[in-house]
Structure formats: structure tokens, C-alpha cells
Design a protein around this ligand. Sequence first.
Ligand code: GAR
Length: 189
Amino acid sequence: MKKISIFASGSGSNAENIINHFKNSQEIMVNSVVCNVADAFVLERAKRLNVHSYVITKSELNDPDKVLKMLKELETDYIVLAGFLLLMPNNIVTAFPERIINIHPALLPAYGGKGMYGMKVHKAVIDAGEKVSGITIHFVDEKYDNGKIILQKRCDVTATDTPESLAEKVHILEYEYYPIAIEKVILNT
Ligand code: GAR
């Protein structure tokens, strides 16, 4: 059984979708949700779905041993980021080579990087007058939104789209493709 720790900072709708996707799997399970925001809604979701959750501070994330020790104890094989705001520190990236996966709500390399998170991304896409946006699923390296791309999917941006309506379109793509992409990566390695 391969084990996933989901790292999230916010609502956690992707986390919930991923947990549900693997709930009856014989090969992959979500063993934990790790969150850096003490009142994030993802923690409610984890509780309701009977998945252990852990709240960590930014300094605990950047401690050379703390989070790695926890992941070792949990026997985590893969880390999946689902709306996680903080940069993954080098020690964790090095310990999980091509075993940390992120989803970004735009077509990287455009609209990525530090501070490009959630609604800010959709607002930037609309403000730039883009006709197309989408999702990027990629491996995580030591820079924001920079690692090898696993999958991209597109959606149209229309003249009447708002950041909120674009977020909805992007979420639909995320729910459809993220769990399958995670599954493919894990079962092929
Ligand atoms: C998702 O759209 C995800 O792609 C995005 O945050 C949202 C979290 O929603 N991630 C980033 O922007 C990473 N740079 P959720 O909490 O409902 O899953």
C-alpha cells in the first residue's frame, strides 16, 4: 500500500476529492492531511472523512527534522499539495524526489510563482485578457511552481468570466484530473 500525505492551507475541496477517490483503493491510501493554518476548513473535512490531520507552523515546516520525522513515522511515500501556500523546504524536496506533486490553477509557466495562489491567479488571468486557462499538475522542486510538468488541461476564458466563474471551471478540471494523475504517477513508479 502506497501512502499519501496531503498538504493544504485552505478550503480543501481538492483534498476531499482525493481522499474520496482513494477511499476504496487496495493500492493507495491517504494517511494524513497536513495543514499550516489552524482554522482552515480542510481540517473540518479531514475530521469528517476520518483522516488524521496535523497542524504545523511555518517554522516547523522549515525545521530540518520535524516534518520529515513525522512523515517517516506516518510511512508516507508521496506528498500531494492541494492548495498549500508555503514553499516546500529543500530537505523535504530532497527526501521525496519526484514524490511531491502539486496542482496549480493556471497553465504554467504563466501565472505561477510566489504569491500566485487561488483567486489571485484567476484575477491575473482575467486582467490580462487571456482566452484560455486551465490546470497544471507537476512535480515539486525547490522553487515555486517550477518542477517537471505531469499534465496540463485547458478551459476557455470568456468575455463574461469573473475570477469566481473561472475558479469554478478550473475546479471542475482539478476534480476530474488530479486524482487520476496522482494515481498514474504512483502506480508507474
Ligand atoms: C486550487 O484551485 C489549487 O489549484 C490552488 O488552490 C486551490 C485550492 O482549492 N493552488 C494554488 O493556487 C497553488 N499555487 P481547495 O482548497 O478548494 O482545494
